[in-house]
Design a protein around this ligand. Structure first.
Ligand SMILES: C[S@@+](CC[C@H](N)C(=O)[O-])C[C@H]1O[C@@H](n2cnc3c(N)ncnc32)[C@H](O)[C@@H]1O
Length: 424
């Protein structure tokens, strides 16, 4: 049980987190910006239909500005009965306004147009009081592997690891932390780079942090199985724990005797609940790695946004559209949407469970940057040399004076952003 002091500190963190995210998240508000979002989302439909988008963008802009006109929603739904996006957002607006009967009508209209739309299926189940069954961990991992086969994940993996490699390649001894080491994919990539590029490393200590024993073991096995012709002595140090809850012993185990030269968190920190993200980053700052590289989903799906809000569904559909855009370059449209369906089904339905219970908390890159600064880090520029590590370099770019990397751009948006920070 939390002591009173801890509970007060946790509450203060939660408020600070909400304020920072509220101040920094990118929220499209103008009809033009919303239309751009909607155009990205058209590709998510089984049969892309683009009429009515301008009118829908105008209505959404007015709704998001506080003008909740259900009459205008009904008129738009009647004017564009065959536009799935109109039916989807009519459902979103009616749901937010609490008009369950009208939301059901939109839900039926949407499912009649596109019966396999994963967002529609989950929202319909919720309206009917049905439970959403989460996919198994095995399925989750195999879906991650599918995404890892596309530039959407491949590029950020390579860029994060490439950046770590560039910062340690001239050292003789280096110690690197992988937060949320998972199956050890990034550690294996780092070892591969040692075999491919010149470096001075004689000893490399790889610290894997995860709270799942099986992952720590798997990552260790992966390191052991990675046979590359290198002179470097490689040592693997598994540490079991959660980054937001580290105690002194774990922190010492991670830092070792001579401290950390680098740390990467690749697609891991979104799993730390929103209100604990500041604690996680503060702990990371206390361990004091010389460089920190964070590669994270770049969407507005915070667990501070109500699951009933139109804003939340706008972000969820944007993410879903990007997943499908990436996956359909390799897999069928049906398989791509199945991945989205499984992702949404986590934790009994990410679109429908109470916001505070949502398993994942995605944040825009600007929010990650502000949270890092709040936790004792300075943001640092990304080096142009890192870009050469991406297999699909045409999709990656330095942004905002090199303060972050757009790792894999789809229709003008980078689903994952890479940020570089150093303890202040
Ligand atoms: C989506 S997987 C990514 C794994 C790996 N970095 C990759 O990209 O393949 C997220 C990993 O982070 C771990 N994780 C989640 N929350 C964590 C926390 N609070 N502290 C440490 N590890 C965490 C999970 O157990 C999982 O292994």
């Amino acid at each position: 049980m939390l002591s009173v002091d801890n509970a007060t500190a946790a509450e203060a963190d939660r408020r600070r987190f909400e304020r920072i995210v509220g101040d920094t998240a990118y929220r499209p508000r103008s009809p033009d910006a919303i239309r751009t979002e909607l155009e990205r989302q058209v590709g998510f439909q089984s049969e892309p239909v683009d009429h009515g988008l301008g009118e829908l963008a105008t209505l959404l802009a007015s709704w998001l500005a506080g003008g909740h006109d259900l009459g205008a929603v009904a008129e738009l739904a009647d004017a564009y009965p065959a536009q799935p996006l109109v039916q989807f957002y009519a459902l979103a607006m009616r749901r937010e306004a609490g008009d369950v009967e009208a939301a059901r009508r939109s839900s039926s209209a949407l499912l009649a147009l596109d019966p396999d739309d994963p967002l529609a299926v989950q929202l319909a189940a919720d309206l009917d009081g049905d439970t959403v069954l989460a996919a198994s961990d095995e399925t989750r991992l195999s879906n991650l592997a599918k995404l890892a086969d596309t530039p959407l994940l491949r590029n950020p993996y390579q860029l994060a690891v490439g950046a770590i490699f560039e910062t340690i390649r001239d050292l003789e001894v280096a110690r690197v932390l992988d937060i949320g080491v998972g199956s050890g994919a990034q550690l294996a990539e780092l070892l591969a780079l040692l075999g491919e590029h010149e470096n001075r490393l004689r000893r490399l200590e790889l610290v894997g942090l995860d709270f799942v024993d099986e992952f720590l073991e798997r990552a260790g096995q992966r390191v052991a199985d990675t046979r590359i012709p290198i002179e470097t002595e490689v040592v693997y140090v598994p540490v079991r724990g959660r980054i937001e809850d580290l105690d002194d012993r774990q922190a010492r185990e991670i830092a070792g005797e001579s401290g950390l030269d680098g740390a990467n968190a690749t697609i891991a920190l979104h799993e730390v609940p929103g209100e604990q993200k500041l604690a996680a980053l503060r702990n990371l700052c206390l361990i004091a790695p010389r460089h920190v590289l964070i590669a994270e989903w770049n969407y507005c799906l915070e667990n501070t946004l109500s699951e009933k809000s139109v804003e939340f569904l706008l972000g969820a559909r944007h993410a879903a559209a990007d997943f499908v855009a990436a996956l359909t370059e390799r897999y069928s449209f049906e398989e791509a949407r199945q991945v989205v369906r499984d992702w949404l089904a986590q934790h009994g339905g990410q679109l429908t469970c109470p916001a505070g219970h949502r398993q994942e908390c995605f944040l825009h890159v600007t929010s990650w940057q502000a949270l890092l600064e709040e936790s004792g880090f300075d943001l640092a520029p990304c080096d142009e040399s890192w870009l050469a590590h991406a297999e699909h370099g045409d999709r990656a770019s330095l942004e905002d004076d090199a303060m972050w990397i757009a790792t894999s751009v789809y229709s003008g948006w980078s689903p994952i952003a890479l940020v570089h920070a150093v303890p202040r």
